[in-house]
Design a protein around this ligand. Structure first.
Ligand code: FAD
Length: 460
């Protein structure tokens, strides 16, 4: 039988309805669609998709079980390599990873691996999540700093190995960016909480409201623990550095999304939270964070939501799916456009942004064509909220408070491939080591560091 060339469509909320709510946009596959999609898998002997997955999930094996309708077996296979399948099944850039390696790309679209992962995770959650067997206690104690995907993955894997793991988290909730950054309509908090509960069931303890480097130091922690994993992410916003950036109405993407997510503005009007939003919102940048800002602004009532980006559509770093969803929802893209200054009224409220048109020159260090200003092309756009989403850097708090820890030129903690720092009992991974990257890369780093920590603990 000939293989279907295209993926099964993902059913989702219609754009005109979804911009009025924060409910998740895609609904997910049903059982019949999942089985049918799984049957597209060619079960290649060389398993290219596995090589494309940073946490090495046995993709053809779980897909085979889905095709046979044995979802429990499929979940079991999936969960041997990932503790956060419902998260990854929603936000992973599969197109550049597992699906980007799929043999079916030679004739059409790849197998919808991400959608199948999400289907299985949702199936298991509805049924009741099973906890795997944990090895007898080794008596060794490990502290994990930061409850984002890197820290949670490292903690879960160490617990499965029988170590006693405690996480120290600065915020009052777990998940890192999954909770305070990515909006509810892409990743519901209920899903993150369910996956964190699974990690807790493995025996991991999480202590909240502890800012390591301020409340306690890594040295204090090491008096009670045999090793430390640092997974504190890259939460420090970058700014445009143009005049007027301190006007009332200009937010960093981080502040804006954290207010919406953690102070429950996404449940407006039930929560009357202080996120002031104007009728015309401009988001600067074109990555996933920018798309999240622009789409959130529409849901909070903005009449117009712009993406302003200095390069062209080819260079936009956001996932295609996010760009597609933003366009469907009416986000207006002003490409090859760069802000030069924000202009306020007499009371310091933002009222306009002056921008300059750009053209593309030769590729720069990033391999993307360099944007060059077109002289005299300045013009003004009326806006009353600006969201700056041009990237984040590692927070310097821990890197600068651990004596002797080797720090890279971007303020990142330097590690080898296996998450080892220059200090034998300190390990690190995720965005704090690589700079802002992706959930799955942070998870992969947490996994490799857990293996290194285990090896280290066996030696001491
Ligand atoms: P984080 O998720 O940042 O977690 C770090 C944790 O450490 C946080 O909980 C923080 O509170 C805590 N912490 C920090 N400092 C301290 C301290 N001193 N003491 C104690 N705790 C501390 N990636 C994708 O793959 N797909 C996407 O669609 C996607 N969308 C994104 C959207 C947004 C808005 C953002 C901001 C990022 C997005 N990313 C996406 C990137 C991805 O979320 C990150 O790469 C990933 O979360 C990094 O994981 P991490 O564990 O290293 O850090």
């Amino acid at each position: 039988m000939a293989v279907r060339k295209t993926k099964h469509e993902m059913p989702e909320q219609l754009p005109k309805e979804r911009i009025k709510n924060f409910n998740e946009v895609p609904y997910g596959y049903d059982e019949k669609t999942a089985i049918d999609e799984a049957k597209r898998c060619l079960q290649c002997k060389n398993r290219p998709c596995v090589k494309g997955c940073p946490v090495e999930i046995d993709i053809p094996d779980f897909i085979k079980q889905v095709a046979l309708g044995d979802f429990d077996k499929a979940v079991e296979i999936l969960k041997t390599k990932t503790s956060l399948p419902a998260v990854c099944g929603r936000v992973c850039p599969y197109e550049n990873q597992c699906e980007g390696e799929c043999t079916l790309l030679k004739i059409g679209e790849p197998v919808a691996i991400g959608r199948l992962e999400r289907f299985l995770a949702d199936y298991e959650r509805k049924k009741g999540v099973k906890t795997p067997k944990i090895k007898t206690s080794t008596g060794k104690k490990v502290s994990v700093i930061g409850a984002g995907p890197a820290g949670l993955t490292c903690a879960g894997d160490l617990a499965k190995m029988g170590h006693n793991v405690t996480v120290f988290e600065a915020l009052h909730a777990p998940g890192g960016v999954l909770m305070y950054g990515i909006p509810e309509f892409r990743l519901p908090k209920e899903i993150v909480n369910a996956e964190v509960d699974y990690i807790k069931k493995l025996g991991v303890k999480i202590n909240y409201d502890i800012v390591v480097g301020k409340t306690i130091t890594v040295d204090d922690i090491l008096k009670d623990y045999d090793a430390v994993f640092i997974g504190t992410g890259a939460g420090l916003p970058r700014w445009l550095k143009v005049p007027g950036e301190n006007l009332d109405g200009v937010y960093s993407a981080n502040e804006f999304l954290t207010r919406v997510n953690m102070m429950k503005a996404y449940r407006f009007p039930e929560y009357d939270t202080p996120v002031k939003i104007g009728d015309v919102v401009a988001t600067f940048g074109a990555g996933n964070v920018a798309m999240d800002c622009a789409r959130t602004a529409l849901r909070l009532g903005a009449k117009k939501s712009y993406i302003i980006y200095r390069r062209s559509d080819k260079e936009m770093p956001a996932r295609n799916e996010e760009i597609h969803h933003a366009k469907e929802e009416g986000v207006i893209f002003k490409l090859l456009t760069n802000p030069v200054k924000f202009i306020g009224d007499d009371t310091g409220l933002l009222k306009e942004v002056e921008v300059l048109k750009m053209e593309l020159g030769e590729p720069d260090d990033s391999g993307r064509r360099r944007p060059i200003p077109i002289k005299g092309s300045n013009y003004k756009i009326r806006i009353n909220t600006a969201l700056v989403a041009i990237g984040q850097s590692p927070n310097p708090l821990i890197p600068t408070t651990v004596k002797g820890l080797k720090i890279g030129k971007w303020g990142n903690i330097e590690t080898d491939e296996e998450g080892r720092t220059n200090i034998p009992n300190i390990f690190a991974g995720g965005d704090i080591a690589t700079g802002a990257a992706t959930v799955i890369l942070a998870m992969g780093a947490g996994k490799r560091a857990a293996r290194s920590i285990d090896t280290y603990l066996k030696k001491i």
